[in-house]
Design a protein around this ligand. Sequence first.
Ligand SMILES: COc1nc(N)nc2c1ncn2[C@H]1C[C@H](O)[C@@H](COP(=O)(O)OP(=O)(O)OP(=O)(O)O)O1
Length: 198
Amino acid sequence: MSELIPGLDDLSQKGCIEVSSGGSEFEWMKFEQRKLYTNAFIVVDGKILLGYKKRGFGVHKYNGFGGKVDAGETSIQAASRELMEEAGIESSLEHAGTFLFLIAGVEWAFHIDIYRADSYTGTPIETEEMHPHWFRINDEDHLDTPPIPFDKMWESDDLWFPLLLKKRNFIVRTDYIREGERDVLRKWCVKETSFNAS
Ligand SMILES: COc1nc(N)nc2c1ncn2[C@H]1C[C@H](O)[C@@H](COP(=O)(O)OP(=O)(O)OP(=O)(O)O)O1
């Protein structure tokens, strides 16, 4: 059995398959508190919708649509609200994964619920925070659409994107450090938690 990832529910790790891990020479970082966030991805007809972040945390990176879970909100309510606020669309979101992200110098852990959906209503629009763009998810179809821009995303995204795209559920922990202006991945573990892909 693989090592339990500290900070993530032990039960959800029972019987999981470890997909990848790295940085075993380092200790997991300690944290006192966690803050809840969401991140939602729309995958339709061989393409994924990502937003180019125009301001704030993760500025200039492509990512799903999401943000903080407000007081009194459930995680899925927050995810739906953020999808509307940041991309102007509605969707029936399904939980895809749980992601614990630490970065040296930030005293809390980001606990991010990741959602996906294969349909939506409305038209994606540029908002004050995000500029939406479609990317192809493989190199067989939609060659007129750019590939997923992993070089302009968080460094660890390509560790769990294959699971997201295959509709597999997962848990992830990543610990980053700051090197000058850059956030650099130091230690990580990705586990698949469901084996009933459709
Ligand atoms: C490696 O770490 C991360 N990877 C990925 N893919 N996404 C991450 C990572 N760390 C944080 N995120 C996501 C989680 C959220 O979707 C956003 C951050 O939310 P934000 O700070 O923009 O929250 P808002 O509530 O929208 O902020 P405002 O108060 O500025 O509106 O990044």
